[in-house]
Write a protein that binds this ligand. Structure first.
Ligand code: PEP
Ligand code: MG
Length: 569
């Protein structure tokens, strides 16, 4: 049936019934007050009632989710207890305003102040202040807040925005999915949904309108798709997948704490792909051995303004600290193509995937690139940080990046700022040009990481978004496989590590090929780490080489797929 798409914010598959959480109507009448003391009393009682309720919610959250999440709500109580904030409201009441208007004015002033801050964390507090304002207004107006703690089993919450106070009583036994119209990977809603392990799809346009109360839906938080009114076949398929996911997850626990080795004892590295600091925690939780791809564009996409050097430094430093000395490969800004950042004002292009994107943009915008490279260099003092360049087409791009890094590292050494001036610099191999020049690139790069998502598209000359030609987009195509094989051979010949961070690294059907080609590092989504370790453990080199020899004789993707499926059956 109909399917809506959004941000895949929390993986898993939920089947349930839509409950639309409408925001309470908090419109109030502005009146002039004669008795300021009584009005202040009314405001203080409302703040007190709000604080009591919020502390109770924090306790529920502590039990159901954890301390960090409870702290968000406790922070609300602290914020509204700030004597300066309350005094400001009292002053306005003394000047004749009603409690509602005084609260509104002061909270909005604080929110605007937070929004103007340089760092992401402070900016996020604007949402907290508005959340507090709504809570206290509910008390003043006698409006009952939405109570999500008592929703029936099998509920899919659909709402414009899932604010922290709303998620407070949220029970993962009853809520099987979350769909919102706003929010990104690092929004509070996404963090909470992941902490609760509830499948969530965020930023679905017009979700509240498109998903009617009581409708049955399938929320696929791994793919970012909501299927509305699924038919029997879709439901049956979803249930089968759900059960399979549950069993798989259970069985994979035996790989926790184990090395990533083939059946014949050859060890490789198994890293996680991340888009935020929170994801780095998910890599640790899933027993990943490092970060193989930090997609830094998410730091740029989530806020309404460019992250400062300080914002970026903190994010990269935190990722490095969380990984405790294990490798953290951070990719420089990869925008353009399908990743737009409105405030950068990129011009519309007829062919954005072939256009002004990724390293092409960064080398042309030295101001933006300088900020990021400086932040990366500073973070390199806090762990095994490595820099990776996207969409490289030749050695001159790598040389330019290295020259900039050298220049900024020299600046830091003059200023006495700690950084690793020998920070490893690697390239993503995701264009046919880079694949064909792999030997030359390998002579100058510290490592390779194969971006199979783009390499497949560019090798096949296919725009994934175009339905008419999507059938050609397949990493199983022999042309793509030959390209990957020769890239790994070139890297191996030059003695540099060769990893893969595209989706194909986690495809169990393809893993025997990667083993036989000599891939040394796999970087996959955090939720796929254990499954990939298990798949690698299922192959020895002799078996993998025999299969690869047959597969590489095949001349169509179907022949490849048939051979790989037969071998995994
Ligand atoms: C890739 O192209 O394979 C890759 C990992 O980069 P992204 O998916 O971010 O383009
Ligand atoms: Mg790519």
């Amino acid at each position: 049936m109909a399917a809506l798409e959004g941000v895949a914010a929390s993986p898993g598959l939920g089947i349930g019934t839509v409950m639309v959480i409408a925001e309470p109507c908090l419109a109030y009448e502005v009146v002039e007050v004669a008795d300021a003391e009584a009005e202040k009393g009314r405001l203080h009682s409302a703040i007190e009632a709000f604080s009591v309720l919020t502390r109770e919610k924090a306790e529920v959250v502590r039990g159901r989710v954890g301390d960090a999440e409870a702290a968000i709500l406790e922070g609300h109580v602290l914020m509204i207890s700030d004597p300066f904030m309350v005094a400001e409201m009292d002053n306005l009441i003394d000047a004749g305003q009603c409690a509602e208007a005084a609260l509104d004015t002061v909270c909005e002033t604080f929110a605007a102040m937070f929004e103007a801050a340089d760092d992401d964390l402070t900016r996020q507090r604007a949402a907290d202040v508005r959340d507090i304002k709504s809570g206290v207004l509910c008390q003043l107006l006698g409006v009952r807040e939405v109570d999500v703690s008592r929703v029936p089993r099998g509920t899919v919450l659909v709402t414009h925005d899932l604010v922290p106070s709303m998620t407070a009583g949220l029970d993962r036994d009853n809520v099987v999915g979350i769909v919102t119209e706003t929010g990104g990977m690092t929004s509070h809603s996404a963090i909470l949904a992941r902490a609760l392990e509830i499948p969530a799809v965020l930023a679905v346009p017009d979700a509240v309108q498109e998903l009617p109360e009581g409708a049955q839906v399938i929320v696929d938080g791994g793919e970012g798709v909501v299927t509305v009114a699924p038919d029997e076949a879709e439901l049956a398929a979803a249930r089968v997948r759900q059960e399979a996911l549950r069993r798989e997850k259970e069985a994979l626990q035996r790989f926790v704490g184990k090395k990533t080795v083939t059946a014949d004892g050859c060890q490789v590295e198994l890293f996680g792909n991340i888009g935020s600091v929170e994801d780095a925690r998910a890599v640790v939780d899933n027993d990943g051995e490092g970060v193989g791809l930090f997609r830094t564009e998410f730091l740029f996409m989530d806020g309404g303004a460019m992250p400062t050097e300080e914002d970026q430094f903190r994010a990269y430093q935190q990722a490095a600290l969380i990984m405790k000395g294990r490798p953290v490969i951070i990719r420089t800004l990869d925008i353009g193509g399908d990743k737009d950042i409105p405030y950068l004002g990129l011009e519309k292009e007829d062919n954005p995937f072939m256009g002004f994107r990724a390293i092409r943009y960064c080398l042309a915008r030295e101001d933006v690139f300088r900020t990021q490279l400086r932040a990366l260099l500073r973070a390199s003092a806090f762990g095994d940080v490595r820099i990776m360049v996207p969409l490289v087409t030749g050695v001159e791009e790598l040389r330019q990046v290295r020259a900039l890094i050298r220049r900024y590292a020299d600046e830091f050494s003059r200023e006495g700022v700690a950084c690793n001036k020998d920070v490893p610099v690697g390239v993503m191999i995701e264009t046919p040009a880079a694949a064909l020049m792999a030997d030359a690139l390998a002579a100058e790069a510290d490592f390779f990481s194969i971006g199979t998502n783009d390499l497949t598209g560019y090798t096949m000359a296919v725009d994934r978004g175009n339905d008419r030609v999507r059938y050609l987009y397949s990493t199983f195509n022999p042309a793509v496989l030959r390209s990957i094989r020769s890239v790994i051979a070139a890297g191996t010949e030059a003695g540099i590590p060769v990893g893969m961070c595209g989706e194909a690294a986690a495809d169990p059907l393809l893993i025997p090929l990667w083993i036989s080609f000599g891939l040394t590092e796999y970087s996959v989504g955090p939720a796929s780490i254990l499954a990939t370790r298990a798949a690698i453990a299922g192959w020895n080199h002799e078996k993998a080489r025999a299969l690869a020899a047959a597969v590489m004789e095949a001349v169509t993707p179907d022949e490849v797929l048939d051979l790989l499926k037969a071998a995994s059956a």
